[in-house]
Ligand binder design. Structure first.
Ligand SMILES: C[S@@+](CC[C@H](N)C(=O)[O-])C[C@H]1O[C@@H](n2cnc3c(N)ncnc32)[C@H](O)[C@@H]1O
Length: 226
């Protein structure tokens, strides 16, 4: 079944987070773990130590600014104008440079082929539904240099949290609410297969499981190379 999507609907989440005085997504426990993973990957040489980085779904910019603070040349693309404003403000406040653009990750046409050394999935790939996923992966592959690295951190597997179980459509593996699909929970092998089909070679894979009955979801962490 082909579901409707509403990627721009994420803007409302950012408006809400702002009005609640939150700091983007970086006050989530997941975010802290993810930040530590990225620092480990840089320290262990699994991510190039310098060069051009693109974050897909950069949100309020915290991961992009982590890279900018380490001297990388950073771009971020994000569907939510509220988030991009937020990211630009954070960069200004931190005295860091990053090119944050409002746009859709299905179309990376503003960047030429082979532009980036690293593309980071900013927890965005699990927001991308159906046939759009192949478009995002093909665009990601195109903008990476040969040998460039795609780092993915994506929710996966059967739904664990009670709050999302009733939204799960096992056929499409999407979470669907009011007829709109808002997350894709592929099995790890599904995600690996679509990466391979898009031309990527997987060099590192780790499944972070949360166990049963948690208000959380398993995450698949993948380092893939063009
Ligand atoms: C879980 S949030 C993570 C944000 C950010 N990477 C961070 O760590 O703070 C996922 C992001 O993907 C963005 N997103 C979803 N679909 C998108 C699309 N089609 N194009 C661009 N961004 C999208 C959302 O707006 C959201 O900001």
């Amino acid at each position: 079944m082909v579901h409707k999507t509403d990627y721009l609907g994420h803007d409302l989440l950012y408006q809400r987070r702002k009005s609640e005085g939150r700091d983007g997504w970086n006050d989530d426990k997941d975010w802290q773990e993810w930040r530590a993973d990225i620092l480990d990957l840089i320290a262990s040489g699994n991510l190039p130590a310098s060069g051009k980085v693109l974050e897909l779904g950069c949100g309020a910019g915290d991961v992009s600014l982590l890279f900018a603070g380490k001297g990388y040349q950073v771009s971020g693309i994000e569907i939510s104008p509220t988030a991009v404003d937020w990211a630009r403000g954070k960069a200004l406040k931190a005295g860091l440079t990053a090119d944050f653009q409002v746009g859709d990750v299905r179309d990376l046409g503003r960047w030429v082929d082979g532009h980036f050394n690293i593309v980071i999935d900013g927890h965005c790939l699990h927001c991308i539904i159906g046939g759009d996923r192949a478009d995002v992966l093909s665009e990601t592959y195109r903008v990476l240099k040969p040998g460039g690295v795609f780092y993915i951190c994506t929710m996966c597997g059967d739904p664990k949290a009670t709050r999302i179980r009733e939204d799960f459509d096992p056929e499409s593996r999407c979470l669907v609410s009011n007829g709109v699909a808002y997350r894709y929970l592929g099995r790890p092998e599904d995600v690996v297969r679509e990466l391979n089909e898009s031309g990527f070679k997987i060099v590192r894979k780790h499944l972070r499981e949360v166990g049963d009955n948690q208000e959380d979801q398993d995450n698949l962490l993948i380092v893939a190379v063009k």
